[in-house]
Design a protein around this ligand. Structure first.
Ligand SMILES: NC(=O)c1ccc[n+]([C@@H]2O[C@H](COP(=O)([O-])OP(=O)(O)OC[C@H]3O[C@@H](n4cnc5c(N)ncnc54)[C@H](O)[C@@H]3O)[C@@H](O)[C@H]2O)c1
Length: 416
């Protein structure tokens, strides 16, 4: 671990902060039923393009008004402003947050900015749509801080893990609660892909350099001070300082639904394996995490970026098994739908279609409704913090060649 990230980790892991797993209803004056919700975008690169398309579409339905954009790279800032009806441009997120027309901010900057920008947004009185992962892998304490600040200020945070908009979870969760597979004791989930966005990230201008149109200091934020390189700037996913590799980029997508249907909390112990065996990158291109929960289950998350042959999600219970595939993987597995096979004699197999395919628009619509009703959104901060824990712990364990445990009294990660 480099000096600054190690320092960050040691500082943050010694701080204890109270977290509460129960969902909460946010008590606050509601936005009027006919008011358009003003959206400000922070980080206007690749992913933001989809958010802008969604908000522009919802604008036509009278629901939203894109009002401001912020980026530290001017060509993208200008392009995003044009796409949002010449919306106001800011090169510092703190200034966008002072804009009274912004009700909700969409944070789609690189991972290492999510936490601080979310906290700043909440403190400025905004509700937040924050892209996954909730935070950079080294910032677990900041993840808890977002939850605490959101609760304190009565603000909403929807985390952009779009498969949480799929429709099956309440049904599966209820069946598990009713004991259809007995006690869930073992889980396998994974994400497999050939090649990765890291290498594929476009370098639109190989001659780009820091200056009035590119603020390298602001790109770095709290990350280690490093000389500029076009690769670090445009292909930040390849580097530990800004990204966590497959754990926080991809496994977060398949693990969040599992976490949701099982209603888990923080894990007891996490092991992290993997390595960089194919691509020219700092972060791993193969990643395996084992997370053991108190009294079960033991969860095995697997990933390879060398081979796309997929694995279904499997939840094994003492009395049965649940399987499903998601569409980012094999079409054949997805088409098989959800299969629940109880072992008890006379109990029939239950099958139903997987409903949904990671619809980001649905996640947005849900948040925008919650802005008015002040209900908790579909992928709330309380869940995202607890999903972030085993991912951060797996990365730390792998990097440090140690085992990560969770100290429930201090609510912090420890390495042994
Ligand atoms: N949910 C999904 O399926 C999904 C898909 C892609 C990306 N993402 C997430 O979205 C985020 C962005 O990914 P991307 O692929 O769009 O990256 P990107 O590099 O294309 O875009 C990031 C943008 O943030 C800007 N930026 C950097 N530092 C900033 C700062 N301090 N203030 C304001 N802007 C800043 C960059 O200039 C860039 O334009 C990542 O966290 C990623 O994990 C999620």
């Amino acid at each position: 671990m480099n000096k600054s990230t190690r320092r960050q980790f040691l500082q943050t892991t010694t701080l204890a902060a109270a977290t509460v797993a129960v969902p909460y209803v946010v008590a606050q004056e509601s936005k009027g039923a006919n008011d358009r919700i003003g959206i400000g975008f922070i980080g206007t690169g690749g992913r933001c393009g989809e958010h802008i398309s969604i908000i522009n579409e919802l604008k036509k339905q009278g629901i939203t008004e894109p009002v401001a954009v912020c980026d530290i790279y001017r060509p993208r800032l200008i392009a995003a402003s044009k796409r949002t009806g010449d919306s106001k441009m800011y090169d510092k997120h703190e200034e966008l947050l002072q804009d009274k027309n912004v009700d909700v901010v969409c944070i789609a900057s690189p991972d290492h900015h999510h936490a601080q920008q979310s906290i700043d947004a909440i403190n400025a009185g905004k509700d937040v749509f924050c892209e996954k992962p909730l935070t950079h892998w080294s910032q677990f304490e900041l993840a808890k801080k977002i939850e605490n600040v959101a609760k304190e200020k009565n603000k909403l945070v929807q985390v952009g893990t779009q498969h949480m908009a799929d429709d099956n979870y309440p049904k599966i969760r209820q069946l598990i609660k009713d004991g259809i597979i007995g006690k869930p004791v073992h889980v396998e989930c994974g994400y497999f892909r050939r090649g990765d966005w890291g290498e594929r990230m476009n370098i639109p201008d190989p001659n780009a350099k820091p200056g009035p149109d590119l603020n390298w200091e602001r790109f770095l934020g709290d990350a280690a001070k490093t000389d500029f390189s076009v690769s670090r700037f445009f292909q930040w996913r390849l580097y530990w300082d800004y990204a966590g590799g497959p754990a926080t980029d991809l496994l977060v997508h398949t693990y969040t639904p599992v976490f949701c249907v099982l209603g888990l909390d923080f894990p007891l112990r996490v092991l992290g394996g993997g390595g960089t065996f194919q691509y020219n990158r700092e972060v791993p291109d193969q990643c395996n995490i084992i997370a053991d929960y108190n009294n079960g289950p033991s969860v095995v998350m697997t990933n390879s970026l060398s081979n796309h042959v997929d694995k279904e999600t499997v939840i094994r219970g003492t009395d049965g098994i649940i399987k499903w595939g998601m569409l980012q993987g094999s079409r054949a597995d997805y088409d098989k739908g959800v299969r629940i096979v109880p072992f008890a004699k006379g109990k029939e197999e239950i099958k139903f279609k997987w409903a949904g395919n990671g619809d980001t628009k649905k996640l947005w619509k849900n948040l925008l409704e919650c802005v008015k009703t002040r209900q908790e959104p579909m992928c709330p901060i309380s869940l995202a913090v607890r999903v972030q824990a085993p991912l951060s712990m797996g990365i730390l364990a792998h990097r440090e060649n140690k085992v990560a445990t969770f100290n429930f009294e201090k609510q912090s990660i420890e390495l042994h």
